[in-house]
Design a protein around this ligand. Structure first.
Ligand SMILES: [Cu+2]
Length: 348
């Protein structure tokens, strides 16, 4: 039973779908972790997860806007001729991949520690609009060099404040306090020597506290959970400060058969506007992405999931698909169209 519960916890924990810094956060895995029964795990746990996020759509507020319309609007504001010419770049597609290793350790019946270590691979395709000094316009598509590396890890302590039954709680309240140290690089540069977009960097450069509240309630056989995570961002060492992030996840899981559990989630997410204190990442005249005015989002997503336990072992496999159903952005931003996640977990 312990093994199953632990596995269940891991699955929840590991069924994380992450977006770019803008749309979601590195601490996303923690949300998933704490929405699981991970807090009842008795020993150690380990999991490896893979996430794939596809971003293509550009939104202006809540409306979709085509890539070329964004460029048309920029071109319309430029002077017909200018001495030095003009250029403006927008993202046309971004693919974010992330591998995360997650470990948990139960210190006491009520206190548990967890840590996540991500490795990120970010690819971006962009379209450039250029106007020559003579007033000739040209559009050109290009792919940026891949940015990859260790991301920001997270460590967190989880304390079970209330359980109706310590052995197999049907009601449980958990509080979490965590820290995200800046283990990922945030000063990756392009071939031309300028800083890569802040949102595309593997790390943020900041030490951020994390606060979490999780409530689990079982209406047998369905397990419901509500998870609230507040990621209080601080200024990074390069002067860039990502906006504070709040996520609220509502989760229902239904054990259909012995080893199979489908689930459904509603994921609410809010991210405040970024601030580029020293202006090192900002080039608002030349790039849609490098402009803190185009940061901050409110979104709502739906995520069907499926967990399959490997019989007679502490192992399990989890699959999840996340589809945003509402996105409101500040300014004009590229948003996530969908994400997919797969993970393998072991409980010991
Ligand atoms: Cu780019």
């Amino acid at each position: 039973m312990r093994i199953i519960v632990t596995t269940f916890l891991f699955l929840l924990f590991t069924s994380s779908v992450a977006f770019a810094h803008g749309e979601c956060c590195l601490s996303r895995s923690l949300v998933e972790a704490t929405t699981s029964d991970i807090t009842t795990a008795s020993n150690f746990g380990l999991s490896l997860q893979y996430e794939y996020t596809n971003m293509k759509t550009i939104r202006d507020g809540t409306s979709k806007i085509s890539h070329n319309t964004v460029l048309d609007n920029v071109a319309a504001k430029w002077p017909t001729t200018s001495m030095e010419g003009k250029s403006f770049a927008i993202p046309t597609r971004m693919i974010m991949q992330k591998y995360t290793v997650l470990g948990t350790y139960s210190a006491t019946e009520r206190l548990q520690f967890l840590a996540t270590v991500p490795y990120v691979i970010n690819d971006m395709y962009m379209r450039h609009l250029m106007r020559s000094a003579m007033g000739m316009d040209m559009r050109m598509d290009m792919k940026m060099d891949t940015v990859e590396g260790l991301g920001d890890m997270t460590i967190m302590g989880l304390y079970k404040l209330y359980m109706d039954n310590p052995d197999s709680p049907t009601k449980k309240l958990t509080l979490g306090l965590g820290l995200k140290p800046p283990t990922g690089k945030n000063d990756e540069e392009t071939a031309s020597g300028s800083l890569v977009h802040a949102m595309m960097q593997p790390g943020t450069g900041s030490w951020d506290p994390l606060f979490l509240v999780n409530y689990l309630h079982t209406f047998s056989p369905v397990v419901f959970q509500a998870n609230l995570l507040y990621h209080m961002t601080t200024e990074g060492d390069e002067g860039y400060e990502f906006g504070d992030k709040v996520s609220l996840d509502l989760i229902a899981r239904y054990p259909l058969a012995n080893y199979v559990s489908p689930g459904i989630e509603l994921n609410g997410f809010y991210s405040d506007q970024d601030t580029d204190h020293d202006g090192r990442y900002s080039r608002p005249e030349e790039s849609l992405l490098d402009n803190p005015d185009n940061t901050g989002i409110t979104s709502l997503s739906v995520s069907p999931s499926l967990r399959v336990e490997i019989p007679k072992t502490g192992g399990s496999v989890d699959l999840k698909f996340q589809k945003p159903i509402y996105q409101h952005v500040r300014g004009t931003q590229q948003v996530a169209d969908w994400s997919a996640m797969a993970s393998v977990a072991w409980a010991f």
